[in-house]
Write a protein that binds this ligand. Structure first.
Ligand SMILES: [Zn+2]
Length: 254
């Protein structure tokens, strides 16, 4: 099957893409892929000492600067942070974006992610991706010739919302060589350092992300890794495209 060399990464909030898969996007960029970063909300609740509107403006700027590091397009949808619901409009907007950029690969959160907005985002993206080739979907953009491959990213613990273990990642990507790029991108999200301190009592948000990549790396004997699951359920193509494109950088747990 032929998949266009465009990755559309769609997450709920600004900083999700940078935290969970920026290293892998950098590697795909180096392999000739165009990168599009989409957030379903502008993260308006993620402000301490700034109103929702001020926070939205600030976080959109942060996200745009981070995306520019990969020469990526940045698109902010109009979902509301903390109140993200699965609606026909959001699904159609995602289908529109996937078609406009002719995505070969789509990335989003895990269906069993810890955060409610992430779970909603995952559902919307799955539903919007599977109809990407269908002519009756009421959007103007032309249907794609083939349904894009869908991959799920993960936060820093392999647990579901009630703390139970989830299945091991399908594969790990060795991002040791591109951690500088990941750091450069994540550093733009300065607003989130204070938020994480207040919300989760985490003093060093960025450090926590890098430590998570280190922990994943230790599972496959590399310095730093990001983790992925391919959406292998019914209706989706199952070509192991990222796994092949990134070759030696892809690791599997023994
Ligand atoms: Zn998030």
């Amino acid at each position: 099957m032929n998949f266009n060399k465009t990755v559309v990464a769609i997450h709920a909030h600004p900083d999700d893409t940078e935290a969970w898969c920026a290293g892998t996007l950098k590697l795909l960029k180096e392999s000739g892929y165009q990168i599009v970063i989409v957030t379903m909300t502008a993260g308006g609740m993620g402000g301490i000492g700034s109103t929702e509107e001020e926070t939205i403006r600030l976080r959109q700027q942060e996200a745009r600067k981070a995306a520019a590091v990969l020469d990526a397009e940045y698109i902010c949808m109009d979902g509301r942070d903390g109140y993200l619901f699965d609606t026909p409009e959001l699904r159609m907007e995602v289908t529109r974006i996937i078609r406009k950029y002719q995505a070969g690969i789509v990335m989003t959160h895990l269906p069993m992610d810890y955060h409610a907005d992430h779970r909603t985002c995952s559902n919307v993206v799955e539903a919007a991706t599977i109809v990407a080739s269908l002519p009756n979907v009421p959007v103007n953009e032309e249907p794609l010739p083939v349904t894009p491959l869908l991959y799920h990213t993960a936060p820093l613990t392999l647990t579901d919302p009630i703390g139970a273990p989830i299945p091991d990642p399908h594969f790990f990507v060795d991002v040791s060589g591109v951690m500088d790029t990941k750091r450069e991108m994540l550093q733009f999200h300065q607003s989130q350092k204070e938020l994480m301190r207040v919300m989760h009592k985490i003093d060093d948000f960025f450090g926590m992300v890098y430590q998570g990549n280190k922990d994943y790396g230790a599972m496959v004997d590399v310095d730093y890794a990001e983790v992925f699951w391919q959406h292998l359920g019914g209706g989706f193509q199952k070509d192991p495209l990222i796994q092949q494109e990134l070759g030696n950088q892809v690791k599997f747990k023994n």
